[in-house]
Design a protein around this ligand. Structure first.
Ligand SMILES: [Zn+2]
Length: 307
């Protein structure tokens, strides 16, 4: 297999067009609790429909599942980045969806390589959520596009979930996989890829966060793949204290081979969870290289199994 031929198809301009679609126009943000005036669907449901339509145009048969969620409340006494709070008692419930696209493996169909990103924006504040996490959603979508005609040995599941409403729908996805008796060979989360402090603009950064020994082996693999394919990332690994985010949902469901790729730890975006997290501030060149790294990891894992 010529991995380079796949990596070269990742297109930063497509990432940029998609992030603008999902976080600027026509969708200013992606939440269950706000519709564009006159539209029947919430902005998050409109985003789901757009992602599903893209997948269908490349030959996938996208699926979705259901989770009852609420928008977070807002605690103005906290710093802006941490103002999410428990929903008020009268907060309405919504049926939110994971969008899933699957390729069935030819040799190990019960072993899944999960490529996941949360697609929703912050439900407690009118943030576009461009870096958090329209860009990760677009990276997963771009990988799905590049692999549309690829015949995997293991099953590939692309999952777009929701992490800015409560509860997180990645928990539903991981538990459904467990209940179906399937195994997760690896779960690769992309969240805030390329995000860095303004003083670090121009650098190509990626940090692979892990919490389990198995995750550390995946992190070491990504460091090796960055070198092998001359991707040029400043790539490092970071051990988290406990399972967190959408990769953590897999660890908590009994699938320890899970990691998260992100641009900086601690998360260095001055507009984190704020109205200023806009599409013009996303580092698309960095995100495209990180998407190549995740794609290289998918292809490597499919060819050779776990590291
Ligand atoms: Zn996020």
């Amino acid at each position: 297999m010529d991995i380079h031929a796949y990596l070269s198809q990742i297109d930063a301009a497509r990432l940029q067009q998609g992030v603008f679609y999902l976080s600027h126009s026509p969708l200013p943000r992606r939440v269950m609790n706000w519709n564009i005036p006159g539209h029947a669907l919430s902005t998050l449901e409109e985003a789901d429909a757009w992602i599903a339509a893209q997948l269908a145009s490349w030959g996938y048969a996208p699926e979705r599942d259901d989770t009852q969620v609420r928008a977070f409340g807002r605690d103005f006494s906290k710093p802006l980045s941490q103002q999410y709070a428990a929903p008020p008692a009268d907060a309405p419930w919504y049926t939110a969806h994971n969008v899933l696209a699957k390729k069935v493996g030819s040799l190990q169909p019960d072993q899944l390589i999960v490529i996941i990103a949360h697609k929703d924006s912050q439900s407690w504040i009118a943030s576009p959520g461009a870096n958090d996490n329209a860009i990760g959603s677009m990276a997963v979508l771009e990988i799905a596009r590049v692999l549309a005609d690829y015949q995997p040995r293991h099953s590939l599941w692309f999952i777009w979930c929701n992490e800015e409403h409560t509860p997180w729908t990645s928990v539903t996805a991981a538990q459904n996989i467990k209940a179906a008796g399937l195994d997760v060979l690896a779960a690769l989360n992309t969240d805030g890829i390329g995000v860095k402090a303004p003083k670090d603009a121009g650098r190509l950064t990626n940090i692979t966060r892990y919490t389990s020994p198995e995750g550390e082996r995946l992190a070491d693999m990504t460091i090796e793949l960055n070198k092998r394919y001359h991707l040029g990332l400043e790539q490092s690994k970071f051990r988290g204290e406990r399972p967190n985010d959408d990769d953590g949902s897999f660890i908590n469901a009994g699938f320890p081979w899970a990691i998260c790729n992100t641009g900086s730890i601690p998360y260095a975006d001055p507009n984190y969870h704020a109205e200023g997290d806009t599409a013009d501030k996303v580092d698309y060149a960095n995100a495209a290289v990180t998407a190549k790294l995740v794609l290289a990891a998918v292809l490597h894992l499919d060819e050779y199994g776990r590291p």
